[in-house]
Design a protein around this ligand. Structure first.
Ligand SMILES: Cc1cc2nc3c(=O)[nH]c(=O)nc-3n(C[C@H](O)[C@H](O)[C@H](O)COP(=O)(O)OP(=O)(O)OC[C@H]3O[C@@H](n4cnc5c(N)ncnc54)[C@H](O)[C@@H]3O)c2cc1C
Length: 422
């Protein structure tokens, strides 16, 4: 492990690994620290949807550029990433969906995105065997999917080949400053001096930056996923229907989840940021169940070595949600009646009050870049977010309007509008 480096990246998820790669590609001395394993948390646990569809208008220009990055990523990184570009489909089964989907068509049109509103028959053609009555669907042909377990490690390996230092099983316990500037990081294996740091610590970013006087309102939402054995080919689209979301990877297995059902396990941050999230609690009270478990106990008992004590956040999946999702999938596609889950898992989403990330270079301490709070849709945005973070860390113009992602929006007094989950 070096004693000096130019830029430290904290967090080995897709965002941190992409940031390290794009810095190393430019010949910058960069060291990435991951407290557990590369992609141990959200970045390997997600559904694998890489969609432009349904995004907040502020995210769409970023995601459209990112879509172009994804198309060349397997070649650039030299790894098979399970990339399929067969579109994203949001199926309408209820009248109440029609208005919002038509409204989103306007956003797509304004950005020149290839989204269409399909009739029921065209929707059925894309989903052979579907027996649920449908009204139509929102379809974005250029959307894709990839295998989450492969992407962040591929970025990390490529960064390493370019001479980045990638250090796993080593938590950054504190970010140090001198005269208002980043001076280094205190890690489990000692102090490393640096000029700038990228905080891409996912669900831990708020806790890590608190000692610098920063206040990042961020809460954990537990989301569950199941993987089935191989099935007959159905579709290459990422599909979202009321009661089930799924994608079929190139190996024929389905990732299945109950879109729109989450658990919020209380932590001290639930109370600390209650005011920031009041709008969300109200808007999503039916989608988010609040539970009490050991996280709150750890917080109250003052977990000083918190980052090394929690090498990999590995929460329990919510069995009921997965059972319901699989049952809904089978009742929509009876030809898969024999399928069952081979494995199930869960991950903690790092949600912000408006469900938008923070991608910003903060004023104080100088040299600190935040790339965090991706609120359940940062896998798709991962490559571009890493690229933007690399430019910010080098004090360059990011090349995109990042106003909507500024850190200060949560400190400006007025309430931020609750965003859309997923
Ligand atoms: C179940 C689920 C489904 C999802 N589905 C999708 C989807 O289909 N499409 C999509 O676009 N997004 C999806 N997401 C969201 C997506 O996975 C995340 O937004 C994205 O992976 C965030 O990447 P990240 O690098 O910011 O964070 P993470 O992947 O969480 O990585 C942060 C890393 O930082 C490390 N770390 C934290 N603190 C420290 C420290 N002090 N020192 C060293 N290391 C530290 C952690 O160990 C972790 O590995 C989903 C998320 C979940 C949980």
């Amino acid at each position: 492990m070096p004693k000096n480096t130019q830029i430290v990246v904290i967090g080995g998820g897709i965002v941190g690994c992409a940031a390290a790669y794009y810095l190393a590609k430019r010949g910058i001395a960069v060291t990435l620290f991951e407290k557990g394993t590369i992609a141990g948390e959200q970045s390997s646990r997600n559904w694998g949807f890489v969609r432009q569809q349904g995004r907040d208008p502020a995210e769409l220009p970023l995601m459209m550029e990112c879509n172009a990055l994804w198309q060349g990523l397997e070649q650039e990184l030299g790894v098979h990433l399970g990339w399929r570009q067969d579109g994203n489909l949001r199926v309408m089964t209820e009248e109440s969906q029609v208005g919002p989907y038509q409204a989103w068509m306007e956003i797509a049109k304004n950005h020149g995105l290839d989204t269409q509103l399909l009739e029921a028959n065209d929707t059925r053609r894309l989903l052979p065997g579907l027996v649920t009555p449908v009204l139509g669907a929102l379809f974005t042909r250029s959307d894709g999917q990839a295998n989450p377990a492969r992407v962040a490690p591929a970025f990390a390996h490529a960064a390493g080949r370019l001479s980045a230092d990638v250090v796993s099983n080593c938590a950054v316990n504190a970010i140090e400053t001198s005269a208002g500037r980043i001076s280094g990081v205190a890690t489990e294996q000692g102090f490393v001096r640096c000029e700038a740091a990228v905080c891409a610590a996912g669900a831990w970013s708020s806790r890590l930056t608190r000692s610098l006087g920063l206040r990042i309102p961020q809460l954990w939402l537990r989301a569950s996923v199941g993987y089935t054995g191989n099935g007959e080919p159905l579709t290459g689209c990422g599909v979202w229907m009321p009661g089930v979301a799924f994608r079929q990877g190139l190996d024929g297995g389905f990732n299945i989840a109950y879109g729109g059902r989450y658990k919020h396990d209380l932590t001290l941050d639930s109370f600390r940021f209650f005011g920031d999230f009041a709008g969300c609690y109200k808007k999503y009270r039916k989608a988010i169940g609040v539970t009490l478990d050991h996280n709150l106990f750890h917080d109250v008992s003052g977990d000083l070595d918190t980052f090394s004590r929690h090498r990999v956040l590995n929460p329990r999946p919510v069995r009921r949600n997965l059972r319901d999702a699989l049952a809904n999938f089978k009742s929509s596609f009876p030809q898969y009646d024999h399928l069952d889950f081979e494995r199930t898992w869960a991950g903690y989403i790092d949600a912000t009050p408006d469900m938008l990330p923070i991608i910003d270079r903060v004023e104080r301490p100088a040299g600190l870049v935040l790339a965090t709070g991706f609120s359940g849709h940062g896998f798709g945005l991962g490559p571009i977010s890493g690229l933007l973070a690399s430019r910010l860390a080098l004090e360059e113009q990011p090349g995109h309007d990042l106003q909507a992602f500024r850190y200060s929006r949560f400190q400006e007094g007025g309430k931020v509008k609750p965003g859309n989950v997923l």
